[in-house]
Write a new protein. Structure first.
Length: 190
């Protein structure tokens, strides 16, 4: 079965077929065990279980050793292949769960951002600007707000900036009043 693993993992039907083919290959290796046992028995009987010194040649011992090694490796290989199949399935499920969580989080973030945007836009339309008391905010959130000690002196700067902004706003309000008076005066002349 020569197919891309990515294609196989994306289609459940192909994945099931792939797993079934791996399992059938595993069953074929189980039949090799029986044949290997038969060959080993025949060779050992042929050499009288190596009781005769004439059978103790290095090539004979090496061949038997390799066959015994193959016989012991086959079950381990089958277990590793089954483990690989289970790993593939568990990774696929894990990736599906992560994808669903990611989609849900993205939708939640989008919905929350849209909701906050709508709330703030509505507040702006109605000229509602909440007044935040820094003392209450500092008291309630002191355990979650990290402020370095060097920044604690900047509170005085913030107060100065707020005062300057308030002065500028008052000056602009006075200018608006003066402009309205001038326009009213022009209307009286006309």
């Amino acid at each position: 079965m020569k197919q891309s693993i990515v294609k196989i993992l994306s289609d459940d039907k192909q994945l099931n077929e792939y797993i079934n083919s791996l399992e059938s290959e595993l069953e074929k290796t189980e039949s090799v065990d029986a044949q290997l046992d038969l060959i080993l028995d025949n060779i050992l009987n042929l050499y009288s279980n190596f009781a005769d010194r004439r059978a103790l040649r290095a090539s004979n011992i090496s061949a038997i050793t390799e066959m015994l090694k193959l016989k012991s490796d086959l079950p381990i290989k089958r277990i590793q292949t089954k483990k690989m199949i289970l790993d593939i399935l568990s990774k696929k499920k894990e990736l599906e769960i992560k994808e669903k969580n990611s989609d849900t989080n993205n939708q939640l973030v989008g919905t929350t951002a849209n909701l906050l945007n709508a709330i703030f836009s509505r507040l702006d339309q109605n000229n509602i600007h909440p007044k935040i008391d820094d003392n209450i905010l500092d008291c309630e959130c002191s355990d979650i707000i990290d402020t370095p000690k060097s920044l604690s002196d900047t509170n005085n700067l913030k107060d100065d900036v707020v005062i300057n902004i308030e002065k500028l706003q008052k000056e602009l309000d006075i200018l608006d009043i003066d402009e309205d008076d001038i326009k009213d005066g022009d209307d009286d002349i006309a």
